[in-house]
Structures are given as C-alpha cells and as structure tokens.
Ligand binder design. Structure first.
Ligand code: ADP
Length: 159
C-alpha cells in the first residue's frame, strides 16, 4: 500500500496546494497532509486553524487525512507508517532547497523516498505569501484560494 505524506506550512492552503493534493490522492492509496507547527517563519494562522481549513477543502477526498506535526519530518512519516514524501516544485528556485532536503532525509531515513510533482502551470506563480500580501492590501484573492479560505484570510486581516 502506497502511503504518502505531503508536508508544508499551508499558511494558508492555496489552489496550488490543492492541485498537488488532488493529484497525489489519485496516485496513492492514502495521503496524510502534515501541517508543520515548529516553523521558523511566524505563521498568520495557528496550526489548529491551518488543519481546520485543510480539512474543509479536502473533505471530498476520501483517502486524505490532515494532521499537525512537530519535529523531524522523517519521524512523522515513520509514525504514520508512510514511506513516501510528496513535495511540489514550482520553479527552479524551489529546486536547490528541495533537493537538499530530499537528500538529507534520504541519509537519515533510507527507507523513505521523496517524490516531486511539478506545479500545474496555472498555479506556478502562487504561494501562501503572495496570497497574504495581496489580501493585506485589500486585493481580491478569490482566484488563488478556496472561498472558505478567502473568508478566513480576510477575517484574520480585518478586511
Ligand atoms: P513549506 O513552508 O514547507 O515550503 P508550503 O506550504 O509553502 O510549505 O508548501 C508546501 C509544499 O507545496 C512545498 O513542496 C511547495 O513547493 C508546494 N507548493 C506550494 N505552492 C505550490 C504551487 N502553487 N504549486 C505547486 N506546489 C506548490
């Protein structure tokens, strides 16, 4: 059985993330979205809120689960009896860091493989940071995130 973990900050989940989640759910038997708590960046949303938003936008995907995690990604993967890490690649700028992470994880946990999905071209420019920046200036983010997520972002930013 192919069980994959898709880790990230998801602060907040965008349509680019959703595209990766839906494609992964078609390829794997089971997908666990791992929401990182101990992030060096200060997130806009708490891990609990990020999990809640992800649960809402993935409720139609029966083989997808959402969990918050802290600590080493490979430990979370092992705890969940998974053996694949999924990451999205938007542009060449993602590549250096992603390759370094994948190789490091491979050294500390040789039983785990990282699989990269290239972005849907439609969303290649899209990131959670861009969404927050546009929303903070009162811009329209309806083309970037699920309507429920857009509402949460606007509420959080007092818009
Ligand atoms: P992190 O802080 O770990 O990079 P993110 O929430 O920013 O977490 O992203 C999680 C994963 O989703 C990463 O692999 C990232 O490259 C990927 N990702 C983010 N935005 C997109 C997008 N628009 N298209 C495809 N993959 C994306």
């Amino acid at each position: 059985m192919a069980v994959a973990v898709y880790p990230g900050s998801f602060d907040p989940v965008t349509l680019g993330h959703m595209d990766i989640i839906e494609r992964t759910a078609q390829m794997m038997d089971h997908v666990i979205i791992g929401v990182l708590c101990n992030n060096s960046k200060t997130p806009l949303f708490s891990a609990e809120n990020r999990v809640k938003m992800l649960l809402g936008v993935t409720s139609h995907l029966k083989n997808v689960e959402v969990k918050a995690f802290d600590g080493l990604l490979v430990d979370f993967v092992h705890q969940n009896k998974a053996d694949i890490i999924v990451r999205g690649l938007r542009a060449i700028t993602d590549f250096d860091y992603e390759l370094q992470m994948a190789q490091t994880n491979r050294v500390i946990a040789p039983d785990i493989d990282t699989v990269f999905l290239t972005t849907n071209l439609k969303y290649s420019y899209l990131s959670s940071s861009i969404v927050k920046e546009i929303a903070s200036y009162g811009g329209d983010i309806s083309g970037f995130v699920h309507p429920d997520v857009a509402r949460e972002v606007q509420k959080k930013l007092g818009r």
